[in-house]
Design a protein around this ligand. Structure first.
Ligand code: SF4
Ligand code: SF4
Length: 298
């Protein structure tokens, strides 16, 4: 069986305990307005233009058989609905400004690569983390990878939005040593407005993981979305009521904005990041109810 990926990162220290290999699966079932991996959203390959390398020569627009490339005063862009991923523009670009993001790999290929760093995992308490996009969107592929990693003695983790049926959560859970799940908002209407989907499946998955797995709840703190003391308090209350021990707050940053330009995608949020200190100031006012609450840069 094959899955669709957009990256595999070895020797990561940011995506779970110890040294880890992070397998990024392409495709997501939410469109969070602050997403810093927009290349992960579509479940198929995409042409990415490194705008800093583009000299505006126009050859890609001339060669595209689908009329998918156009330009205006701000530069060139690709219409991903029209693009059939023939690769002609990539081959012809004189500056290597174009590349295809997204490729297929079999379960065996992924697990073989993950196993290469087994010694590092054992010494550091690390393992493999499946991330995305939303890795559970490729549920059967993910389950097979997790099973094979477990058979090879590799510790497993997932970074997930929890937005899938409880039946899938219950199948994934026994194969996971560590779960990092986003808790974005307890208010459904606001969650829909900023992510495009209801939070009902996510809240149910969080409750399940908290009961069955070692689980770290992560809260991206986003201006105008969930950065008030009362909204963050509601989130902490939900975490505490459902047995969480630790919540990690991740202040809004803008590192991914250039990727939107490179992918010809609009970016809808503001450009002012939140500092760790400003979020910490809000956290200091909250009733933490015995939860460990960390504010981390990411
Ligand atoms: S992406 Fe390449 S081919 Fe297209 S305009 Fe820029 S430099 Fe020219
Ligand atoms: S990959 Fe092919 S269809 Fe897509 S933009 Fe390039 S030339 Fe056009």
């Amino acid at each position: 069986m094959t899955g669709h990926l957009f990256n595999i990162q070895r020797f990561s220290l940011d995506d779970g305990p110890g040294i880890r290999t992070v397998v990024f699966l392409k495709g997501c079932n939410q469109v969070c307005l602050w997403c810093h991996n927009p290349e992960s959203l579509l479940p198929k390959p995409q042409v990415l233009r490194k705008d800093s390398l583009c000299t505006r020569c126009g050859r890609c627009e001339e060669v595209c058989p689908e009329g998918a490339i156009s330009h205006d005063a701000d530069g060139y862009r690709t219409d991903h609905k029209k693009c059939v991923r023939c690769g002609h523009c990539i081959d012809l670009c004189p500056n290597d400004a174009l590349m295809l993001v997204g490729y297929d790999r079999s379960v065996e290929e992924v697990v073989k690569l993950v196993c290469k760093d087994r010694d590092f995992y054992q010494r550091s308490g690390g393992g493999v983390t499946f991330s995305g996009g939303e890795p559970a969107m490729q549920g059967e592929f993910l389950l097979q990878c997790l099973e094979a990693c477990r058979e090879n003695g590799i510790q497993t983790a997932i970074e997930t939005n929890g937005n899938y049926p409880l039946k899938l959560t219950a199948r994934l859970s026994p194969l996971l040593d560590y779960v990092m799940v986003d808790l974005k908002h307890t208010d459904d209407e606001k969650h829909r407005r900023f992510t495009g989907v209801t939070n009902q499946q996510t809240l149910a998955s969080i409750q399940y993981y908290l009961t069955h797995n070692v689980t770290d709840l992560r809260v991206p703190v986003i201006p105008t979305f969930n950065d008030t003391a009362s909204e963050l308090q509601d989130i902490l209350n939900f975490a505490w009521e459902n047995g969480a021990q630790k919540v990690t707050l991740l202040p809004y940053h803008t590192f991914g904005i250039s990727k939107y330009t490179n992918l010809s995608m609009p970016y809808q949020l503001g450009n002012e990041p939140l500092s760790v200190a400003s979020v910490q100031k809000i956290v200091d006012q909250l009733d933490k109810k015995g939860l460990i609450v960390e504010v981390n840069e990411r």
